[in-house]
Design a protein around this ligand. Sequence first.
Ligand SMILES: NC(=O)c1ccc[n+]([C@@H]2O[C@H](COP(=O)([O-])OP(=O)(O)OC[C@H]3O[C@@H](n4cnc5c(N)ncnc54)[C@H](OP(=O)(O)O)[C@@H]3O)[C@@H](O)[C@H]2O)c1
Length: 303
Amino acid sequence: MNPDRRTFIRRTAAVALTAHVPAGAQSEDLIRRPIPSTGEAVVAVGVGTARRYEGANSEAELAPLRDTLRTFLDSGGDVVDTAPSYGDAETVVGRLLADLGHRRTVFLATKVGAAGRSAGHAQVERSFDLLQRKRLDLIAVHNLQDVDTQVPLLHELKKAGRIRYVGATTSSDRQYAPFEAMMNRQTLDFIQVDYALDNRGAAERLLPLARERRMAVMINLPFGRGRLFDATRGKPLPPWAAEFDCTTWARFFLKYIVAHDAVTCAIPGMARPEYVLDNMGAARGRLPDAAARKRMEAFIDAL
Ligand SMILES: NC(=O)c1ccc[n+]([C@@H]2O[C@H](COP(=O)([O-])OP(=O)(O)OC[C@H]3O[C@@H](n4cnc5c(N)ncnc54)[C@H](OP(=O)(O)O)[C@@H]3O)[C@@H](O)[C@H]2O)c1
């Protein structure tokens, strides 16, 4: 059986394995979510590579990033998100995944942010080269840039078997209205949008629309680039966080997101192995129910 197919079957079979397992359990116990267009499942917490994966050239700079990705993949994680606009992050990610020899199990997502078809095409070809892959799992149009040119290009690449999924991203509520209109006129496998406990605008229209249009949802900026850690620094977790198996602030923030029924995965930026071990814990155990999510919102709003 070819490895892509094997990975697909493993992920699909694991969809049902979700809640009520202790932290520190094996990768089979991770919460996985199906991509609506195929049923293939991915782990509910992935890795974002903006900022921290740029400009790593020396072995001293690369080693902690390699350890981070190794820890992530060894823990059963699969989704890695990058972009051509993250400096040389695609080069770094491609090199580290090659070093790790884990390339086949990674669900590798990048973006296209270009004006015009030929510029889009050139950028995508460069991503294949830098990421050292003949096939990419997902390419998403970055922040709506020339979206009505780039989405058809991505669909052609999908038809040709070079990418598996087509998506589009935003990370700003100023783009939500045009993003919503784009979701209504385009066929997409994935959207990627910003959503966090203190930044809940995406839940008003975009997340329900994604559910209705059967689009998978990747969540960027789940910590507001660290803003939520600043807001809670030195404060104890509320004791009721134990009701949904939550022992750290990172898990508190991520479980809130993962518990939304339209969300497929959150992609926190992680450049340290200890962050991976912490954040992957949000893809294990019980999740907050609707009442607990309201309580979490009130708690954060009151800070
Ligand atoms: N429009 C778009 O398409 C778009 C826009 C923005 C982001 N993204 C994607 O979304 C990903 C996530 O965004 P982001 O990385 O900018 O912001 P983020 O995920 O909200 O925050 C990441 C920061 O949180 C801190 N952190 C992570 N895990 C932690 C833990 N367990 N404990 C304590 N601190 C922790 C780290 O800070 P330190 O590194 O400072 O320690 C890390 O850099 C990006 O990497 C990118 O892939 C896409």
